[in-house]
Ligand binder design. Structure first.
Ligand SMILES: *[C@@H]1O[C@H](CO)[C@@H](O)[C@H](O)[C@H]1NC(C)=O
Ligand SMILES: *[C@@H]1O[C@H](CO)[C@@H](O)[C@H](O)[C@H]1NC(C)=O
Ligand SMILES: *[C@@H]1O[C@H](CO)[C@@H](O)[C@H](O)[C@H]1NC(C)=O
Length: 516
C-alpha cells in the first residue's frame, strides 16, 4: 500500500533527522541548574503504547529500593526521554529505563556550578590550534540548538569585544587562548534556563612557525585627557632579521616617545616589545590610529590601536554639579511658588480634607463685622461694602455666617452688652478700616474685640483696609501687634470677582469650614 510505505519512509527519515543522543556511558556527570535530557536507547515502539512496549523510568534509592518516576513540573517524559528542567543536586542517583524485560542503567552525578565563572572546569572540550591557523568555534547543540531563543559566545566569561555572533572564525593568535563558553538560552514553563558548552582553546606556539604580533589586529583603547597612555606592541620573533616599529605619523609629536624591550623565552624565542608612550593625552591624540608593524622576510603584519576618549571623573563631577544646580534651582523655585501660592494651596488643602474648625468651638458666628456706621460722613461705599458686598461673598458664595449688628439685631436694648456678647460668639472680628473709622463710636467694638483677641485669645482680627490709609497711628497701639498679613487691601473693581486675591486671602484668614 503506497500510503503506508510513504509513512514508513517518512518515519525512517525523521528517525535519521533526530540526533542520536543516546548515552552509552554508565556514568554521567551533569551541571546543576541546567536542563538535562536523557534518552532511553532501548528498542521501543513509538506508536503502540501497549503496557509492555511502553517505557518505565525508575530511580534507585539506597541499595535495593527503587521508585517509579512520574512527571512533575520539573521532570518531564518526552517520547523515549526523561527531561529535567533543570537538574538539581537531589537528582543524583541511579536511573534506569525499562522496556519489556530489557533495562538500561546510568549513574548520574550532579555537580555544582563554580560560583564565579560561567563554566565548570571539569566540562571542557579541548581545542588546539596553531598560531596563524584558522580557529573556528561554532555554538551548536544537538538538542537545544533550535529550541534556544538566544545563543551567546563568551570568552573567559566576558563578552568578546566586537563579536556578537555565536561563532568565531579567524586566524589564531597567541591571545586567542582561553575558555570559550556557548550559552544557549531556553524558555520552558515560563522560566528561563541556560545550557553551557565550553571549549578550552589552546594556541600552539610552534617554534617553527613564523614571527607574529601579539593581540588583536584592531584595538579600541580608552584614554583620559591629561593622563599618560602607553600602547604595547609585542612580537614573538624567531627570525633575528625581523623588526617591529610604530608607524611614523606621530614621529614629530614631542608629546610621544617610544621605548623598546627585549625578553628571551624559555625555549630561546625572543619577545620584543615596543611601547608608545603619550605623556599627556590631548584632544589631538584622540580618534587617530597608532599602528605597529612587524616586518620580516615574507611577512608584513600590522596591528592598530585607536584612541577613544574616556569620560574622566572631571566630567562626572561636572554632571553632578549641573544636576545639583538644577535640582536646587527647582527646589528654590518650588519654595517660592509655595510661598506665593500658599493661600491657594491652603484653601485647596482645606477643600480636599474637608476640614471644618467651626463644629466644636460652640460659637455661633464665623465673623463679626465692624464698620463705620455714621450716616453723616461720606461713607456710602463703606456701607455698601459691609452690608452687601461682604455678606454677598462670604455668606451666599462661601457659606459663612456673619454677624452684622445693624442687620441682625433688632434695635433697642443695651447695645454695648449686646455687642460684647456677639463678639464673644464670633470666631473672627472683621474690621472695615477707613480714615473715619476711629472717630466713630464703633471704637467700642474694636476695643471689645481687641480685648478678646489679645487678652483672651479667643478671636482673631482681620483688618480690611477699605480706603487707602497712609497713617495707621490712629489705631490703638495694641493693633500693631497684629501680623501684617492680617491686613487686607480692598482694591475696588479688581477685588470684586470671587476668585480674586482679596477673597482668597480673606477665606484663608477665615476659619476653615466645609460649605453646605
Ligand atoms: C544560567 O543559569 C544559572 C542558573 O540557572 C544562572 O545562575 C546564570 O546566571 C545563568 N547565566 C546567564 C548568563 O544568564
Ligand atoms: C607588553 O605586552 C607583552 C605581551 O602581552 C607583555 O609580556 C609585556 O610585559 C608588556 N610590556 C609592558 C611594558 O607592559
Ligand atoms: C592603521 O590601522 C587602521 C586599522 O587597521 C587602518 O584603518 C589605518 O589605515 C592604518 N593607518 C596607517 C597609517 O597605516
Amino acid at each position: 500500500m503506497p500510503l503506508r510505505v510513504l509513512v514508513i519512509l517518512l518515519l525512517v527519515f525523521m528517525q535519521q533527522c533526530t540526533p542520536d543522543s543516546c548515552v552509552y556511558r554508565d556514568h554521567i556527570t551533569v551541571l546543576e541548574g541546567e536542563p538535562y535530557h536523557l534518552k532511553c536507547c532501548l528498542p521501543y515502539d513509538h506508536h503502540h503504547h501497549h503496557r509492555n512496549s511502553s517505557i518505565r523510568w525508575t530511580k534507585r534509592y539506597g541499595s535495593n529500593r527503587t521508585m517509579t518516576l512520574h512527571s512533575n513540573g520539573r521532570i518531564i517524559f518526552n517520547d523515549d526521554a526523561i527531561e529535567f528542567w533543570p537538574i538539581e543536586m537531589i537528582d543524583k542517583g541511579i536511573y534506569s529505563c525499562a522496556v519489556g524485560n530489557k533495562e538500561s542503567h546510568w549513574n548520574i552525578t550532579v555537580t555544582k556550578r563554580s560560583e564565579h565563572g560561567c563554566f565548570h572546569p571539569k566540562y571542557l572540550i579541548t581545542k588546539e590550534v596553531e598560531v596563524g591557523k584558522s580557529l573556528i568555534i561554532n555554538c551548536t547543540h544537538d538538542l537545544y540548538q533550535t529550541e534556544a531563543y538566544e545563543i551567546s559566545l563568551f570568552k573567559d566569561c566576558s563578552p568578546i569585544p566586537g563579536n556578537h555572533k555565536a561563532n568565531i572564525r579567524k586566524n589564531a593568535v597567541l591571545n586567542d587562548a582561553g575558555n570559550y563558553t556557548c550559552i544557549f538560552f531556553l524558555y520552558k514553563n515560563k522560566r528561563s534556563f541556560n545550557v553551557t558548552k565550553t571549549f578550552n582553546v589552546k594556541i600552539k606556539d610552534n617554534t617553527d612557525t613564523m614571527p607574529t604580533l601579539y593581540g588583536n589586529s584592531i584595538n579600541y583603547v580608552e584614554a583620559e585627557l591629561g593622563k599618560e597612555k602607553t600602547l604595547n606592541c609585542t612580537a614573538l620573533l624567531r627570525d633575528p632579521t625581523a623588526i617591529i616599529y610604530w608607524n611614523d605619523e606621530h614621529d614629530n609629536d614631542t608629546n610621544i616617545h617610544k621605548e623598546k624591550f627585549n625578553r628571551s623565552g624559555s625555549n630561546g624565542e625572543l619577545y620584543v616589545s615596543s611601547l608608545l608612550k603619550i605623556n599627556f593625552v590631548k584632544e589631538e591624540n584622540l580618534n587617530v590610529w597608532y599602528n605597529c608593524t612587524l616586518a620580516s622576510p615574507g611577512i608584513l603584519e600590522t596591528i592598530g590601536f585607536f584612541l577613544k576618549k574616556k569620560e574622566g571623573p572631571t566630567d562626572v563631577s561636572r554632571h553632578i554639579f549641573i544636576i545639583v544646580l538644577v535640582s536646587s534651582a527647582a527646589v528654590i523655585f518650588l519654595v517660592i511658588m509655595c510661598v506665593i501660592y500658599r493661600v491657594d494651596i491652603m484653601l485647596c488643602y482645606r477643600d480636599l480634607i474637608r476640614r471644618d474648625e467651626t463644629l466644636t468651638d460652640g460659637k455661633e458666628y464665623d465673623a463679626f463685622v465692624s464698620y463705620l456706621k455714621d450716616s453723616q460722613s461720606n461713607n456710602g461705599d463703606e456701607l455698601k461694602f459691609a452690608l452687601e458686598i461682604l455678606p454677598g461673598a462670604l455668606e451666599k458664595h462661601f457659606g459663612y455666617k456673619l454677624c452684622i449688628f445693624e442687620r441682625d439685631i433688632i434695635p433697642g436694648g443695651a447695645i454695648f452688652d449686646d455687642i460684647h456678647s456677639l463678639i464673644k460668639k464670633s470666631r473672627r472680628l472683621i474690621i472695615v478700616l477707613s480714615e473715619n473709622y476711629m472717630a466713630d463710636k464703633v471704637s467700642y467694638e474694636l476695643e471689645s474685640g481687641l480685648h478678646e483677641a489679645l487678652v483672651e485669645r479667643k478671636i482673631k482680627i482681620i483688618l480690611i483696609e477699605f480706603t487707602p490709609i497712609n497713617d495707621f497711628t490712629f489705631l490703638p497701639q495694641s493693633l500693631e501687634l497684629l501680623k501684617s498679613h492680617r491686613i487686607l487691601k480692598w482694591k475696588a473693581d479688581k477685588s470684586l470677582p470671587y476668585n480674586s486675591r482679596f477673597w482668597k486671602n480673606l477665606r484663608y484668614l477665615m476659619p476653615a469650614k466645609t460649605a453646605k
